[in-house]
Design a protein around this ligand. Structure first.
Ligand code: NI
Length: 375
């Protein structure tokens, strides 16, 4: 596919964003482009998402490339000529760019299949933004169990096109979710002695939860506990029956993650008991932290420098990503591609500079080719 056609493909996806597990049009557009070039598609049985395969002419290894396809429920305010035409939906995390990039890489690999050793599987994943569901649905097909190395792309607005962010070790956090409901006994606000008021218990819990990071976690192990939503009562003169809080825990290490979960659970039961309330504690684990393999990061850096990219360490983030589902199969690297714009992802004014597209597609095609060859 010519560069102009690839950029037009990206802009078309940008105009028509689709939410997680609803990427029907996006899937159809990618399938059409791959089929037109004669690229083999695996039968995944998935409603959205695809796995393409390019098989070399000689034996070699199996390499996986992964992109995600879904958009966010955000009203776009980018001012772009090719802005979203779907009200309340926007590609605000660059997944349109990721999809176009891996389509470009798949087509380059197909053109060069006679020179290719081994096999490259290119994953177009649905529903990354929803949590574990998207990656898991693809991994559970069993069609990727032979992959020996995985590489993922993510746009990075703080580097300009021509720069890549490659960092060994943890690069994305485990995004877990918790909620607590405290049950007391309602009464007239003027008669607290007839009530078991869950509100002071909720306040104690909010304060107590902060100590899981400040007093229990090692200061050199990054961790976040955010209580983002609290709710109690409906009127100024009624002591409520119950109170709720919910939020997120972010960690880069599964040991720290378990420790914080335990602390929150113990704080909940003891503080609730101290205030005479009962409590329901719910904790939903998101994907594992994304941990980049150090040796494969060195491989990516070496190739990037040979191709003329500037290689930099991106800023750390406690955001989450379900690429870690693939890293349960084999090691890999989550590569950040500079796409300019300098506006955070998930913001209504987020943009991607499509000038980064051709070189990024070439990078992932070359990476897959070299690694499939490597013995
Ligand atoms: Ni994203």
């Amino acid at each position: 596919m010519e560069t102009q056609a690839l950029i037009a493909f990206f802009e078309d996806l940008h105009r028509h964003p689709e939410l997680g597990f609803e990427e029907v049009r996006t899937t159809a557009r990618v399938r059409e482009a791959l089929t037109a070039a004669g690229v083999e598609l695996l039968d995944t049985g998935l409603k959205t998402g695809l796995i393409a395969v390019v098989r070399g002419s000689r034996p070699g290894r199996v390499i996986g490339l992964r992109c995600d396809m879904d958009a966010l429920p955000i009203q776009e305010e980018s001012g772009l000529a090719y802005a979203s035409q779907e009200p309340g939906r926007m590609h605000a995390c660059g997944h349109d760019f990721h999809t176009a990039c891996m389509l470009g890489a798949a087509l380059l690999l197909k053109e060069r299949e006679k020179d290719l050793a081994g096999t490259v599987k290119i994953v177009f994943q649905p529903a990354e933004e929803l949590g574990t569901g998207g990656a898991k649905s693809v991994v559970d097909t069993g069609l990727l169990s032979d992959v020996q190395e995985f590489y993922a792309i993510h746009s990075y607005p703080y580097f300009d096109p021509g720069a890549l962010g490659i960092k060994e070790g943890p690069v994305m956090a485990a995004p877990d979710r918790f909620s607590v409901t405290l049950y007391g006994k309602g009464a007239h606000a003027a008669q607290p002695h007839d009530a078991i008021d869950p509100v002071p218990a909720l306040a104690a819990l909010i304060q107590g939860f902060q100590t899981a990071v400040s007093r229990n976690a090692d200061p050199f192990d990054p961790a976040v506990v955010t209580i983002a939503h609290v709710q109690a009562g409906t009127a100024w003169n009624v002591i409520p029956e119950s109170a709720l809080l919910e939020g997120t825990v972010r960690t880069l290490d599964n040991g720290v993650r378990r420790m914080i979960r335990d602390r929150l659970e113990k704080l909940t039961s003891s503080i609730a008991a101290a205030y005479g309330c009962t409590a329901e504690f719910r904790y939903v684990e998101g994907p594992d932290p994304v941990v980049n393999d150090a040796a494969l990061c060195a491989v990516c850096k070496d190739l990037a420098l040979r191709m003329g990219f500037q290689v930099d360490r991106q800023e750390d983030t406690m955001g989450g990503e379900d690429f870690s589902e693939y890293l349960k199969i084999c090691p890999g690297v989550f590569v950040r591609v500079g796409t300019g714009g300098h506006v955070a992802s998930h913001h209504p004014a987020f943009t991607v500079d499509s000038a980064a597209l051709p070189a990024a597609a070439e990078f992932f095609a070359s990476l897959a080719r070299e690694r499939a060859e490597y013995m």
